[in-house]
Design a protein around this ligand. Structure first.
Ligand code: GAL
Length: 408
């Protein structure tokens, strides 16, 4: 529960006028009152991640202005630990987990990331090995939590991986919960706030119990890839879990696949078309999903930069009500999703999931909208006009119209 709440009024002025916004500062036990925003090394660097690459990403958040749009967490995924099959010691004599040669100084990395005003995330697994075969936290949970705190960690992704070998039934909630409860206790025992990201691919309907084991977010699906079919299956499949999302506990449909990605040293430009990328970012924002970039931030073209710095789109994701969108209209060609917002208005995404460009007539009544309303195009940041029930628009194949509906 929130212990203290402060409203701070921020005013910006220039020759064209002035504007005001209220910044709400909430202090209490709950972390991640809005979905985490940041970067994770996996979708670009995979197991070839290194300290320099992580620092370069952090530096880009600041140098390219991304931090000003809310991008905050810099998260190392798998590949920082000692490889399980290597002859090298995996832990110090005292049992402290060791980093491999690509991460010469984790504490310094934490210091450097914090010095940029950003937050630092790491990855481990409740099994003996991570998914990539690296050393994990099995039987060292408390010690690893202490080590992470010492390094200045603010966010832990805890990935089931080899723990599955101890399980009889991959979907058994009784078997899935204990390793997550254990690490939660370890994290709560240390004097540091660490966002807890559960990753077990949605097994055992994790959304139904993720919050009860301390999770601030939980992966709801298998891994995403940069193609339409996989992104479509994952994104548009987030329906049953909607009611479990809210401030401090989010459904995580995996990371964004925009920009240069590759899961290893060799990168390529996302195979999603520009319209598919608009759909991807719009849908994740409508879902109040964690926004975790997975691309090489040192290589940002103008299109990708615009895609991830549109404040009106980001505001939909970060809305403090934390209500996940649900589909209201679903045909083979079109899906219309609706999200309630904290200011009493709604956001709608009209998605053309067909292979053709389409003209679509939306009956606003079907979304529970009555009377005259103003529609605003969030990607273009312009008001389209006032509408009384019927709204007609052309949407390219696999593209989207993302709108805010001003009810008052
Ligand atoms: C997978 C996980 C990915 C990534 C990878 C690392 O299980 O879903 O997001 O963390 O392991 O090996």
């Amino acid at each position: 529960m929130a212990k203290w709440k402060y409203d701070v009024t921020l005013t910006a002025k220039n020759d064209l006028g002035s504007d005001e916004k209220i910044l709400e500062i909430v202090i209490g036990d709950k972390l991640s009152l809005t979905p985490p925003m940041g970067w994770n090394s996996w979708n670009c660097w995979g197991l070839s991640v290194s300290q320099d690459k992580v620092y370069d990403a952090a530096k880009s958040f600041v140098d390219k202005g991304l931090a000003d749009h809310g991008w905050t967490n810099i998260n190392i995924d798998d590949g920082w630990e000692i490889f399980g099959k290597s002859d090298a010691p995996k832990r110090s004599r005292k049992g402290e987990i060791l980093t491999n040669e690509k991460f010469p100084d984790m504490k310094k990395l934490g210091y450097d990331i914090h010095a940029l005003g950003l937050k630092f995330g790491i990855y481990s697994s409740p099994g003996p090995l991570t998914c990539g075969g690296y050393t994990a936290s099995y039987k060292h949970e408390y010690q690893d939590a202490r080590t992470f705190a010492k390094w200045g960690i603010d966010y832990l992704k805890y990935d089931l991986c080899s723990y599955r070998n101890f399980m009889n039934n991959q979907n058994s909630v009784e078997e899935l919960k204990p390793p997550y409860i254990l690490m939660n206790k370890a994290l709560r025992s240390i004097d540091r706030d660490i966002v807890y990201s559960i990753c077990e691919y949605g097994n055992g309907k994790v959304w139904e119990w993720g919050e009860s084991v301390g999770g601030n977010l939980w992966r709801t699906t298998r891994d995403i890839w940069d193609n339409w079919d996989r992104m479509y299956e994952i994104g548009f499949g987030q329906v049953e879990n909607a009611k479990y999302a809210g401030p401090g506990h989010w459904n995580d449909p995996d990371m964004l696949v925009v920009g240069w990605v590759g899961w290893g040293p060799n990168l390529h430009q996302s195979e999603l078309t520009p319209d598919e990328q608009y759909t991807h970012v719009s849908l994740w924002s409508m879902l109040s999903a964690p926004l975790l970039l997975g691309n090489d931030l040192t290589k940002l073209d103008t299109f990708t930069l615009n895609l991830i710095t549109n404040d009106e789109v980001i505001a939909i994701d970060q809305d403090k009500l934390g209500k996940q969108a649900t589909p209201v209209i679903k045909t083979d060609d079109i899906q219309v999703w609706k999200k309630e917002l904290s200011d009493g208005n709604i956001a709608i995404g009209i998605f053309n999931v067909s292979k053709e460009n389409l003209d679509y007539k939306l009956e606003l009544k079907k979304l529970g909208v009555n009377g005259e309303v103003t529609l605003r195009d969030l990607w273009r940041q312009t008001d389209i006009g006032k509408f009384n029930n019927m709204f007609t628009t052309r949407i390219p194949s696999h593209g989207v119209k993302l709108l805010k509906v001003f009810l008052k």
